[in-house]
Ligand binder design. Structure first.
Ligand SMILES: Nc1ncnc2c1ncn2[C@@H]1O[C@H](COP(=O)(O)OP(=O)(O)O)[C@@H](O)[C@H]1O
Ligand SMILES: [Mg+2]
Length: 596
């Protein structure tokens, strides 16, 4: 529980204070019935005082005669005890909330921070929806547990023990009559809540399904409209909504039945205590004041006893949530570099792949097999290959989004194995434009300048935008650079997104730039314009261009043809054409009728 300990640092004192206040509340609640008992028996009534404490208290307050003529003092005592109890209750809640909220905030921060540091491969193999569920609802369950259940359990146990103590002190036999009901009610409530707990879980799942349908339809509204699926989707929603509603009605029916039957048991207990108590009074085994006090203590018990079963049953559920949260926190983050890790500098260095082989998991075939090539500093490499030939995988390995196993070859930059580099340093060195770029719900300027911390330098943004051929597009938006993109703003086309991502990397100006199919969604002319602009603006950096379109790559210094994860051909455009191999074949197919 190492994680838990450091999480609760600074919160413990609040929980301790809450416990103290809750003890005070329980103790103060015990006072009034006792005061009433003494008043009825010894002040108003005339029975001799046998109890030492009672004698002392009465003497302290001015004696029986004085109190009898000043009954309001007794009334004030009861009121003061109630007031003090209310105050303690307030502080108990306050300390409890302060402790819980601080701890939960820290937990949330930690989960988010950890998720940010988990490797790309982890994110690829875990569903976003599930991660969000763990980071929100499961945290909520833990929060409930801390703010409600733990303290409720403590309070209830203390209350039961204290009330039972006073009841036994008043009359052991009557305390037995009252007490035998306690385990019955607790067990009944525990049994019921365990049963109904599964139904609640089921209801949660049904609710999840309902919101999934709603969300799907909201995000896919265009498809729904375009294919005239409104009726089908509405019926699907209605069906799910029906099933959800029936589930809740059934659940509430069970809950009502439970409360009713429980009231019946409690009623029976109160009746027995009242009757037996009266009998004991008549037989002189118990004074009237003691009888009244006993009934008060007994009434105090009925709620906590009932709650105990529910709290215990709820507590079992928090274990599942803690496990689900721990799954995230226990996942291995990306390895951090050491102080001594090498720095690559800002000049382009030779990049070398030697006999690189890779498969995504042990039981799937190799995606890359024995891939070797070298990029000279400042030169460009084109990678040509069909879909699924392993082009993106190659880039993932270079950026260590996936780790290349020790015995599967090496990738070096300036002679240093990338596995020995600090991952931050590597990613500073490599500027990657992903095949499917993602933009945040921010302005265009903010998105483009995202690789730089702090205020965006508008001059640099404009320069990058010009090279990425995005200038005209941005100028057409009424808000220009301040145009919001993503969920909250305009929807960019695939090509516009790609060009924004290119501008991002240009802003970063790294020694090695990688464009993974980054021009696939723009037309040939724009493609040519961007390439020309890149060539004349990015003189220093080495470059990897990936495409399935020969025209995109043919000006690269070296081109490799990748097929099913293997390097089939390598050379310059002219060399490859002369070879008359598959490059030539692809060239012929792609240029046929294009007039090139
Ligand atoms: N995260 C992944 N898990 C398992 N297999 C993957 C993953 N990503 C890609 N693949 C598989 O690896 C092969 C190469 O994919 P990729 O490198 O994306 O090819 P390309 O970029 O050339 O289209 C494909 O068969 C693809 O299905
Ligand atoms: Mg790809």
């Amino acid at each position: 529980m190492q994680v838990k300990e450091s999480l609760s640092k600074g919160c413990k004192r609040y929980f301790i204070l809450a416990v103290i206040c809750s003890l005070a509340v329980a103790l103060l609640d015990m006072i009034s019935p006792k005061v009433v008992q003494y008043t009825v028996d010894h002040i108003i009534g005339n029975s001799p005082v046998t109890d030492d404490i009672a004698a002392e208290v009465i003497a302290f307050a001015g004696g029986r005669e004085y109190l009898l003529s000043h009954l309001y003092i007794i009334a004030l005592t009861v009121a003061a005890a109630a007031l003090l109890a209310a105050l303690c209750r307030y502080f108990y809640r306050l300390f409890n909330i302060k402790g819980t909220e601080r701890l939960i905030k820290r937990l949330r921060d930690r989960i988010f921070d950890h998720i940010m540091h988990l490797p790309f491969s982890w994110h690829n193999s875990n569903h976003t929806g599930d991660i969000i569920q763990r980071a929100t609802s499961d945290v909520e369950t833990v929060r409930n547990f801390l703010s409600e259940q733990v303290t409720a359990l403590f309070r209830i146990v203390v209350l039961i023990i204290m009330a039972m103590y006073f009841m036994i002190d008043i009359n052991g036999k009557l305390a037995f009559v009252s007490g035998i009901f306690i385990p019955v009610v607790i067990l009944y409530s525990l049994f019921f809540h365990n049963r109904i707990g599964d139904a609640f879980l089921h209801a949660d799942e049904e609710e999840g399904r309902l919101s999934a349908i709603a969300q799907e339809n909201l995000t896919g509204v265009r498809v729904v409209r375009a294919f005239g699926r409104e009726r089908y989707e509405r019926e699907r929603f209605e069906k799910q909504n029906n099933s959800y509603t029936h589930m809740w009605i059934k659940l509430m029916g069970w809950l009502s039945a439970f409360w009713c039957s429980n009231d019946l048991i409690t009623g029976l207990q109160i009746m027995l205590v009242t009757v037996f108590g009266a009998v004991f009074c008549v037989h002189g085994e118990m004074s009237v004041g003691a009888y009244i006090a006993f009934v008060s203590y007994n009434a105090m018990l009925s709620w906590p006893v009932r709650e105990l079963g529910r709290v215990i049953s709820d507590m079992s559920r928090v274990g599942i949530s803690v496990k689900r949260i721990r799954y995230i926190l226990d996942s291995e983050p990306e390895p951090a570099g050491t102080e001594t890790s090498k720095h690559l500098g800002t000049e382009p260095l030779p990049v070398k792949f030697s006999h690189v082989s890779f498969s995504y998991s042990e039981d799937t075939p190799e995606v890359l097999s024995d891939v070797s090539f070298e990029i000279k500093p400042g030169s460009s490499l084109g990678i040509l290959g069909g879909t699924g030939s392993g082009k993106s995988t190659l880039v993932y390995l270079l950026d260590r989004l996936y780790e290349l196993p020790e015995d599967k070859g090496t990738i070096t930059i300036g002679g240093t194995d990338i596995r020995e580099l600090d991952i931050k340093e590597l990613r500073r060195y490599v500027g990657l434009v992903l095949q499917e770029p993602f933009l945040f719900s921010k302005t265009l300027a903010e998105n483009i300048a995202i690789t730089r911390e702090g205020e965006a330098d508008m001059k640099a943004v404009e320069a990058a935008v010009k090279v990425a051929d995005l200038k005209d597009t941005i100028e057409k938006f009424t808000d220009g650079y301040e145009t919001y993109v993503g969920e909250r703003g305009v929807t960019l086309s695939g090509g516009q997104k790609q060009r924004t991502a290119i501008a991002q990397v240009l802003m970063k100006n790294p020694p090695l730039m990688v464009f993974d199919d980054s021009l696939s969604a723009v037309d040939m002319e724009t493609d040519a314009r961007i390439r020309a602009a890149l060539k004349s603006n990015v003189k220093k950096s080495s470059m990897i261009l990936i495409s399935h379109r020969i025209t995109t790559l043919m000006q690269a210094d070296v081109i490799i043809v990748l097929d099913h994860g293997r390097v089939k051909e390598m050379g310059s455009h002219e060399e490859l054409l002369r070879k008359n191999g598959i490059y030539k074949k692809i060239y012929d197919i792609q240029t046929e009728g294009a007039g090139l």
